[in-house]
Design a protein around this ligand. Structure first.
Ligand code: ADP
Ligand code: MG
Ligand code: ZN
Length: 472
């Protein structure tokens, strides 16, 4: 039997706000347990939530960056379940009126993965089972703002899921919505997988897989599920709808809970928060603050004459392109800026194993080296030496280093002509060879003159002077 896989993804993304969704506690990763909590996010009786407007703003940004439609009317609901990391006994989420619907992501094979909805909700705390005797609870994460992004079941393979997630992450990072760092838990993804006989209409029964901690694991978990379900059906089995967990150590999924035990969340409208009206003005304002999308940026780089490799380097993250844009603006030459940023800056960045945001030179400093080279005061190789020296001591200027290192390029025709004359006089034999038709002799003469000027002669000027004096 041949099977057609169907996949839908539910992705939780933490919003990069200063504070939590309904209280003033800091939204920060890595603090000592239970140091970022208050009566609201630790679920004390008698407290009231107040919506963090910044979270709504970032959520709307995400929706717009993904081409979704933002609702003009939306509300919050309580989703009830009991677990130690959820002190209130319910999570404030959105049920029937999410703030965003539609939108999607285009894959390279031109398939459009449609989004069903995006809603706002609060994160739960963290239950820690592997330290001490019982379960420990850290509520620092409780109340951190999340958006949940749910796709239609449009994804057909593990590779497509991987591509969707990569593009989703890129879009959200560029829009400044979230760090999307799976290691810090600021992006988490559950996958729904089903298989169905290839020639038959409709869909199979799905299983949802949770506890996936990297994009690589997403791929592995989907591949495993497709295989498991196909084999089971082939051997006469029936798939029951269930929630499974990914066991990365064993490279397989296993049953967490079946639908029979599935929770009834008893959703009802959150009485402590008024419904929201999101005006078109608010939506337009938000749209205006979204930075250029990765694809728009790529398009612009192509138009500036950058090549594929350059564009790849300059779009590895938003900071890379931002750095480049500032260098290009400061030196006035987009192509030269690309050559230097992808060449020297990227080389040093790789050697130091740092990101563009942490690069020791400001874009203006890098541009100042490019300007020295473009103006002819320094050769390209001298420019590279100055660049390295500047990285070592960022308090100097490129001009200072040019002088200190004695690298100033000689463009003065009188000085160059003198050097040419001296070398020609001392090499009558080579000159004769050249005049006798041996073109190659020119290179040897050039090399000697370069040596005489300490490698600092302007190559173009030198060549001109040499040819002129040889013609005589
Ligand atoms: P629930 O409300 O129980 O979470 P949904 O119908 O909202 O279920 O679907 C959740 C996710 O499962 C969505 O991403 C959706 O695209 C996906 N999904 C729905 N049906 C299937 C199916 N037959 N196979 C794979 N994924 C599916
Ligand atoms: Mg769901
Ligand atoms: Zn709090």
């Amino acid at each position: 039997m041949e099977f057609r896989p169907t996949i839908g993804l539910e992705t939780h993304v933490q919003l990069a706000t200063q504070t939590k969704l309904f209280c003033g506690c800091a939204n920060r990763f890595g603090a000592p347990p239970n140091t970022l909590i208050c009566p609201v996010c630790s679920g004390q009786p008698g407290v009231l939530p107040v919506l963090n407007e910044r979270a709504l703003r970032l959520g709307v940004r995400a929706a717009l960056a993904l081409g979704a439609t933002v609702a003009n009317y939306t509300k919050f609901d309580r989703k009830h379940y009991f677990y130690p990391d959820l002190p209130k006994g319910y999570q404030i989420s959105q049920y029937d009126l999410p703030f965003s619907s539609g939108g999607g992501i285009r894959l390279e094979n031109n398939k459009f993965v449609r989004l069903r909805r995006i809603h706002l909700e609060e994160d739960a705390g963290k239950a820690i089972h592997d330290r001490g005797d019982g379960t420990l609870v850290d509520l620092n994460r409780a109340g951190v703002p999340l958006i949940e992004i749910v796709t239609e079941p449009d994804v057909a393979s593990a590779d497509e899921a991987y591509e969707y997630l990569t593009a989703l992450k890129e879009t959200l990072q560029f829009a400044g919505v979230s760090e999307c760092d799976m290691e810090k838990g600021s992006l988490r993804c559950d996958v729904n997988v089903s298989v169905h006989p290839k020639e038959k209409e409709g869909f199979g029964t799905r299983c949802e897989v949770k506890n996936i901690n990297s994009f690589a694991m997403v791929k592995k978990a989907i591949a495993f599920e497709i295989e498991r379900q196909s084999k089971w059906i082939e051997s006469g089995g029936r798939i029951v709808q269930e929630t499974r967990t990914w066991r990365d150590d064993e490279g397989r999924t296993e049953t967490l809970r079946t639908k029979e035990e599935a929770q009834d969340y008893r959703y009802f409208p959150e009485p402590d928060l008024p419904p929201l009206r999101i005006t078109n003005l608010y939506i337009d304002e938000t749209r205006a603050e979204i930075p250029e999308s990765p694809s728009a940026r790529r398009e612009r780089f192509v138009k500036s004459g950058l090549n594929r490799e350059e564009i790849q380097t300059l779009t590895i993250d938003r900071a890379a392109g931002d750095y480049y844009d500032q260098v290009a603006a400061a030196c006035g030459d987009p192509k030269a800026a690309a050559v230097w940023v992808c060449g020297e800056v990227n080389r040093v960045r790789n050697e130091k194993n740092i990101r563009f945001v942490d690069f020791p030179l400001t874009p203006a400093q890098t541009a100042s080296v490019i300007v020295l080279v473009k103006s002819g005061r320094a050769s390209v190789s001298a420019g590279k030496q100055i660049f390295d020296a500047l990285v070592r001591d960022t308090t100097k200027t490129a001009g200072q280093l040019l002088q200190e290192l004695g690298l100033e390029q000689i463009s003065d025709p009188a000085i160059i002509e003198n050097a040419v004359r001296e070398v020609l006089a001392a090499n009558a034999k080579i000159v004769a060879e050249y005049k006798g038709g041996k073109e190659k002799a020119l290179g040897s003469l050039m090399g000697q003159i370069m040596k005489k000027t300490g490698g600092r002669a302007n190559p173009a000027e030198l060549q001109l002077a040499l040819k002129r004096l040889l013609e005589r």
